[in-house]
Design a binder for this molecule. Structure first.
Ligand code: NCD
Ligand code: ZN
Length: 347
């Protein structure tokens, strides 16, 4: 039995750090990661290269001195995004990707895209320059059942967009269904992030025995067969699948509300949870691919130069149940099992 494993330092290819007090409270909790793709869904969203550079500077200023996390910035695609600004920001090293939110799909997505023909020039420029498009893959049509929104998005939006824009490099973010796994697993110029929490919870965790707002995120967790498909994809060794935690902190008052918002805060305990999950599936030797190698390969970046160590001990690693930010608290994702895998950083 393996009780210890060293990994190239992992990266988080989908992370929400927010801004201001929340940013200050959460950013240090991603300390084990070398780099993180930072989501641009602030209020107002990060839509220009200049705003991305300013946000990057605020993140770097907020990071604790001993934390080496490097933020990789993204632009929030709108119907008025200027292709020249995207190209400039990418050429100058300010952004690593562009994020597509269908309008209304999730938290702070009101300025997202409604008419995909309006963003064709941006897609063409991105395909030409090899800039990845990170996609929130859910339709927002009120007639589509929320549990079907990912599958319908693939058929109605993603596949047509990819056909019309050959060479566009797409990351389907936080996939939650076997449909997402099958679609990504069969394609070129496409990859998918998988979150920590979607490897652990299914929809019963949210709804059985009382409603659990801290397990509510978007895309919403699906039935167990889909969770198992995600586990198989993450542990398969297929380089198209890599870690994007989608750690999405919200104040508890916003989650524990009659209209609770979506997002799970998984940054603090993600690596301990992943070690547990990969061990359970007999795939500890594939964790480095998922967390440290496949992401940089898709983003055409080198792997990180140093390592972390995961050690399985007899007593569980302790993580706070909540962290505080100003007058608010934020609940840390509870996987529902003890975490015997401890992170030693540096290795
Ligand atoms: C994210 C957030 O809170 O910003 N929420 C979530 O449930 N994942 C937005 C997102 O990534 O969809
Ligand atoms: Zn997200």
């Amino acid at each position: 039995m393996m009780n210890e494993i060293t990994l190239l330092r992992p990266d988080d290819w989908h992370l929400h750090l927010r801004d201001g007090e929340m940013l200050a409270a959460v950013c240090g909790h991603s300390s084990h990661f070398g780099r993180a793709i930072i989501m641009p869904n602030l209020v107002p969203p990060v839509v220009t290269g200049q705003q991305a550079a300013d946000y990057r500077d605020r993140i770097n200023a907020a990071l604790p001195k001993n934390v080496t996390l490097r933020p990789l910035m993204t632009l929030y695609l709108t119907e008025t995004t200027d292709p020249a600004d995207v190209l400039r920001a990418h050429r100058d090293g300010v952004i690593s990707a562009v994020k597509l939110y269908p309008a209304g799909a999730t938290t702070n997505s009101a300025s997202g895209v409604r008419d995909f023909d309006k963003v064709r020039p941006v897609f063409e420029a991105m395909a030409e320059a090899g800039i990845p498009l990170c996609v929130h893959g859910e339709v927002t049509d009120p007639e589509i059942d929320i549990f079907d929104r990912e599958a319908v998005f693939i058929d109605r939006v993603l596949d047509p967009v990819r056909r019309k824009n050959p060479g566009l490099r797409v990351v389907m973010e936080h996939i939650t269904t076997s449909d997402g796994v099958d679609y990504v697993g069969a394609g070129d110029d496409i990859a998918a992030t998988i979150t920590t929490h979607h490897l652990v919870i299914n929809r019963n965790h949210i709804l059985v025995g009382g409603i659990k707002p801290h397990y509510y995120c978007l895309p919403v967790a699906k039935r167990e067969s889909h969770r198992l498909a995600l586990r198989r994809a993450a542990t398969s060794g297929d380089p198209r699948f890599f870690l994007g935690t989608d750690s999405a902190p919200h104040p508890d008052t916003a989650k524990e509300s009659p209209c609770g918002c979506a997002g799970c805060f998984t940054a603090p305990n993600t690596m301990s949870i992943l070690a547990h999950v990969f061990e359970e599936d007999g795939a500890l030797d594939r964790l480095e691919g998922f967390a440290s190698r496949n992401g940089p390969a898709f983003y055409r970046l080198p792997v990180n130069g140093d390592r972390i160590r995961l050690v399985k001990r007899d007593t569980p690693a302790e993580y706070p149940a909540k962290i505080t930010t100003g007058a608010e608290t934020v609940t840390v994702f509870d996987p529902g099992f003890p975490l015997y895998w401890h992170v030693e950083d540096p290795a």
